[in-house]
Design a protein around this ligand. Structure first.
Ligand code: ADP
Ligand code: MG
Length: 284
């Protein structure tokens, strides 16, 4: 009984007095890691419990942290997030935990419960989020199924603003300076050739994301698998020059099975957008 009384006393003392906790401020000292959720180009996302009262009943949150060499990136992402608020854009770097994860985590397992109508509804929400992003003069630069989070079976949100860039007032594109790791198979030719990203470059990545949706994000038909396969006859090791050659020759990801004609036509949408690329061959 004495031990119970002493332990209770210690537990009581270690609790943070409730009046000291400001509910509008997240403090990292109250975050307890539960498990890893995912890892991307620049860092990782962990499932944590935010437990300021220390009673184990805190809210579950997803916390994004970056490798030390990418810290500058995190500050840019925070600045980006501050400026953006929309229903189909995920917010903050301490994020609400979405147990279903990204479309890439979710779709392969939900193939039989997810019909074409639902896939197209996800695609529409991605478009609405991207439309908002464009209206705020941002370019996402990493639109892909792995960066679209599933809130519930009928709502998705665009996340991962690690590569998002704001266009300067007088410019209609963003020029890349240093790039450690680019999601090249989602990139349009002008990104690969000139290192320039236009809003239309996000439209190209949307096309690749739409392809991912219609193939239920299955690894065997992923853009990485298929494009590596397309490049293999040219040479063993893929490089950007070969990828550009393949794209310039007009070769594209195959039309996913059961893709309706109307959606297939949408795949050609980018060819109807004009954007001021210095190289006319990139306008396809
Ligand atoms: P990175 O910059 O490291 O790519 P992301 O924001 O894309 O970071 O997150 C990486 C992965 O972590 C996602 O693909 C997803 O699987 C998981 N993830 C990210 N945010 C959440 C969240 N809020 N809830 C659940 N899982 C998440
Ligand atoms: Mg990511």
């Amino acid at each position: 009984r004495a031990i119970v009384r002493d332990l209770t006393g210690v537990a009581e003392q270690s609790k943070v007095p409730i009046q000291e906790v400001d509910p509008t401020v997240f403090e990292t000292r109250f975050l307890r890691k539960i498990k890893d959720l995912g890892e991307g180009h620049f860092g990782k996302v962990e499932l944590c419990q935010y437990d300021p009262r220390g009673d184990g009943r805190g809210q579950l949150v997803a916390v994004k942290s970056l490798k030390p060499e990418s810290r500058g990136q995190l500050w840019r992402e925070i600045d980006t997030m501050r400026e953006l608020y929309h229903h189909n854009i995920s917010s903050a770097l301490i994020m609400e935990y979405l147990p279903a994860g990204s479309l890439k985590d979710y779709l392969p397992w939900r193939k039989h419960q997810t019909d074409l109508r639902r896939l197209l509804h996800y695609a529409l929400q991605i478009c609405q989020g991207m439309d908002y992003l464009g209206s705020q003069r941002f370019i996402h630069r990493d639109l892909a199924a792995r960066n679209v989070l599933v809130e519930n079976e009928s709502t998705v949100k665009i996340g991962d603003f690690g590569l998002t860039k704001s266009m300067k007032e007088d410019k209609s594109y963003y020029t890349v300076r240093e790039e450690t790791d680019s999601p090249v198979f989602w990139y349009a030719p002008e990104c690969l050739v000139d290192c320039k990203f236009y809003p239309a470059s996000d439209v190209w990545s949307f096309g690749v994301t739409l392809y991912e949706l219609l193939t239920y994000c299955e690894t065997s038909s992923s853009p990485t698998t298929v494009k590596n396969f397309m490049l293999r006859p040219i040479q063993g090791q893929m490089n950007i020059t070969q990828l550009v050659e393949v794209l310039m020759a007009g070769r594209r990801l195959p039309c996913p099975p059961h893709c309706p004609d109307a959606v297939r036509e949408l795949g050609k949408y980018r060819s109807r957008i004009s954007f001021p690329s210095p190289n006319p061959n990139l306008n396809h």
